[in-house]
Design a protein around this ligand. Structure first.
Ligand SMILES: Cc1cc2nc3c(=O)[nH]c(=O)nc-3n(C[C@H](O)[C@H](O)[C@H](O)COP(=O)(O)O)c2cc1C
Ligand SMILES: [Zn+2]
Ligand SMILES: [Zn+2]
Length: 756
């Protein structure tokens, strides 16, 4: 059966059983489902739940129970442990450990995945790409220009045939009455016309329908006078895409790359920091010597350091004066996700109820070098600028001074291995990006190249450096709050997060005395170590211990943190909500938020972690990739057994949003297809709740081979990347000749080999 036909049939089937329940904890929903199951259990004795295996009802299994295929949990490690191919191209990643890479490759990871050609057979010059046939703009390259200027020829020979998906109508034009892909759009025949002119000639023109929603792109299209239409320039035309914000003009990136931009605040701060570090190092070594001249020297040096720090010029905005944040039970957070947490995916999640979002991790150094790939990661969709949900009555006592109307959803995440990169990149981001909720420092990235250079999870073992980074970032970011995302630690036997939260919240004792707290506005803890693979569950009891510690130093429970130490200057604390002035516990007045993260796969997990661990808010990563409607489940407090046609509709939306963000021309379509396939590699892991014998489902349970309730449901459960390409073709048309997709998941690589 034709796939589109399958999709239609599924729609008619109406196979989506919604498990309705109004209780926010979701418990009754579980009971209800079990009750519904009772009937079948009367005849067949319930099978015990097997750890790591999704408990699919026997009637849907393809293999007999117990015959489950190999576990492919490590997929997630492979998926996370990779920088985006663009980033690799840009030469961002430092050299990794050769041996380890080799081993990984043997395990099926393919570093040089290719996706086939990204451009037309014959290219069209930018000078005519958006103009009526008879009014080309002057071509900068004149006679030397070796790409097409003849629109008819381009339409006939330059590109692949028009697409017939979306009924052959350009989804971008349908919405906005204009199509930024111009003549290159693969649906252009739905928005062009041939008009008879007075002189008898017919002119090809692009149609505009002003009655539709206007394009709200922030920056205007690149000047069409450029020629060459190479990837570089074509990619810049992405700037004009509808609804896309935080596009940084080419000239700024150019100026950055040529070091023509001075970052004054960073320069000043770094100069101060260099001297401070020097004095501090002396002070630290002198402290060990307790007698005679050495003691006198030490005292003199102490005085120097004290004077120096006393003369510290305060930044323009102290942490307490920055825009305040709010994280709470009503703000489920979408985790930063390299490659898969792209703009169209985040837009889908926001529609489904994600209240806060993060960019994919960008690397500090390439940002400072003006590299396009990293600045592109900072783009957001306008839906991410809407205010997050906030209900002051939710019992949160911590929102003094929080102005919801000034808040937005989108935060940036960066990685850096040394303070100067973190600090300068922060200044550049806060200066050139108009829409940032916060800047988050990645202290969790496990990728070898990042870790070994001292960035990402490498910062977990360098608390003093980490503290300097956060202090510096805070100094140069003006009103933008600074946050950090950490892991439990590097190694399983050495959890360190409990020390880090204290350090991030209050600062080291020594710095705190002179400079106050680092002013970190929030810490997110992913409950795993770097060493730990995704096969093992996140440690929520440790998250709870850290949450208790944070509550203690926030003064919400009896203080247990170094009572004798001096209170940091309250102005240096992110006073997201200040406590009573009578409270004298260390850190009272701070409200560093604390967010838990790991393995959340349903509203059930979400609410139980919130109530049991004592975190302020919960972040969801892979759960959202597997079922983006997890945010809707959280909102409604119930499982939603989405039908296959509803799920296919999410795929359709992703395809549309991809074309809006990246273009509906060959280049944009290829991006869209590639990122859609990455998304599908997670999305197809979903096992419909209606097929499960036990709830709640868990993220680490892998399904044995099973059959869905209809053909489409079975297709959407396929682990074969060739099926994913088929799904992409339902919306994006046939994959171009030579199109390749090598999934991150190694199990699929094996599969591919097996299939030859
Ligand atoms: C594919 C993938 C990409 C990720 N990329 C990032 C990233 O760029 N920055 C980051 O801080 N964490 C990243 N993470 C970690 C997640 O943000 C999150 O901490 C982790 O997946 C645990 O949450 P979960 O169990 O809900 O997925 C990534 C994880 C995955 C699976
Ligand atoms: Zn179009
Ligand atoms: Zn030209």
């Amino acid at each position: 059966m034709d796939l589109q036909e399958t999709a239609k049939r599924a729609q008619e089937d109406g196979n989506g059983v919604q498990i309705q329940d109004s209780n926010a904890t979701g418990e009754p929903a579980v009971k209800k489902l079990k009750l519904a199951d009772e009937a079948s259990k009367e005849t067949t004795a319930p099978r015990p739940r097997v750890k790591g295996v999704a408990p699919i009802k026997p009637e849907y299994l393809i293999l007999a129970p117990g015959q489950a295929e190999a576990d492919d949990n490590e997929d997630d490690d492979e998926a996370e442990g990779r920088t985006a191919p663009e980033a690799q191209d840009a030469g961002q990643a430092a050299k990794g450990d050769g041996k380890r890479n080799k081993r990984k490759k043997l395990k099926g990871q393919n570093k040089d995945r290719e996706f086939g050609t990204f451009s037309d057979a014959k290219r069209l010059c930018n000078s005519v790409a958006w103009t009526p046939e008879f009014s080309p703009r002057p071509c900068k390259h004149g006679d030397r220009c070796n790409v097409l200027h003849d629109i008819r020829k381009y339409l006939a020979e330059g590109r692949r045939p028009d697409l017939s998906t979306f009924d052959g109508k350009c989804p971008v034009w349908e919405k906005y009455g204009r199509c930024p892909s111009g003549w290159r759009c693969l649906f252009v025949r739905s928005h062009m016309d041939e008009v008879k002119r007075d002189d008898g000639r017919s002119e090809l023109v692009l149609l505009v329908d002003a009655s539709k929603q206007p394009l709200t792109a922030e920056s205007s299209k690149v000047d069409g006078g450029d020629c060459g239409a190479d990837d570089e320039e074509e990619a810049e035309t992405l700037d004009s895409k509808p609804g896309v914000v935080n596009s940084v003009p080419v000239n700024i990136k150019m100026d950055l790359s040529r070091k023509r931009i001075t970052l004054d605040k960073s320069d000043k701060y770094l100069e101060w920091l260099a001297k401070d570090t020097e004095l501090y190092t002396k002070h630290y070594h002198a402290k060990k010597k307790k007698s005679g001249d050495a003691a006198a020297d030490a005292a003199a040096n102490d005085a120097d350091l004290h004077d120096y720090r006393a003369n510290y010029i305060e930044p323009p905005l102290l942490p307490s004066e920055k825009r305040r944040l709010y994280f709470g039970p009503e703000t489920p957070i979408l985790a930063p996700l390299t490659t898969v947490g792209n703009l169209p995916f985040r837009r889908l999640c926001v529609e489904l109820g994600a209240q806060l979002t993060y960019s994919e991790m960008a690397l500090g150094l390439p940002l400072l070098q003006g590299q396009k790939a990293d600045w592109t990661l900072m783009r957001a969709h306008e839906s991410e600028l809407t205010t997050p949900r906030f209900s002051p009555s939710s019992g949160a006592s911590v929102v003094q001074g929080y102005d919801n109307s000034r808040d937005l959803r989108f935060g940036a995440q960066i990685a850096a291995n040394v303070p100067w990169i973190a600090i300068r990149a922060t200044e550049a981001l806060s200066r050139f990006l108009p829409h940032l909720r916060l800047i988050d420092l990645n202290c969790g990235c496990p990728v070898d190249a990042v870790y070994k250079s001292g960035g990402g999870s490498g910062l977990l073992d360098a608390p003093s450096k980490l503290e300097r980074m956060i202090r510096g970032m805070n100094t140069v970011s003006d009103g933008v709050p600074i946050t950090a995302k950490i892991r439990v630690g590097v190694r399983d036997d050495r959890p360190i997060a409990h020390r880090l939260v204290e350090r991030l919240g209050l600062g080291s004792e020594d710095m705190r005395d002179w400079l106050g707290a680092p002013g970190c506005a929030a810490v997110t803890l992913h409950g795993r170590t770097r060493q730990q693979r995704y096969t093992r569950a996140a440690d929520w009891s440790y998250i709870a211990e850290c949450a208790a510690l944070v509550r203690r130093f926030r003064g919400e429970t009896a203080p247990a943190v170094a009572d004798t130490a001096r209170e940091p200057d309250p102005r240096t604390l992110p006073s997201n909500g200040s406590k009573s002035t009578q409270d004298t516990s260390i850190g009272s007045g701070t409200h560093m938020y604390f967010i838990g993260n790991g393995d959340v796969f349903s509203h059930h997990d979400y609410f139980s972690h919130l109530s049991e661990s004592g975190v302020d808010a919960v972040m969801v990563g892979r759960g959202a990739l597997v079922k983006p409607w997890i945010f809707e489940e959280i909102e409604k407090g119930q499982y939603l057994d989405k039908s296959s046609s509803e799920r296919l509709d999410y795929v359709a939306r992703f395809a549309r949003y991809g074309m809006e963000a990246w273009g509906s021309d060959e280049l944009g379509l290829n991006y869209t297809r590639r990122f859609l396939l990455e998304f599908l590699s997670f999305f197809t892991r979903y096992v419909p709740v209606g097929l499960l014998e036990y709830l709640p489902p868990t993220l680490n349970d892998r399904p044995p081979a099973y059959r869905g309730r209809n053909e489409l449901e079975t297709l959407l459960a396929s682990k074969n990347y060739k099926d994913w390409i088929k799904i992409s073709e339902m919306f994006l048309g046939p994959a171009p000749p030579g199109f390749k997709f090598q999934p991150k998941h190694k199990s699929n690589s094996y599969e591919m080999e097996a299939e030859g």
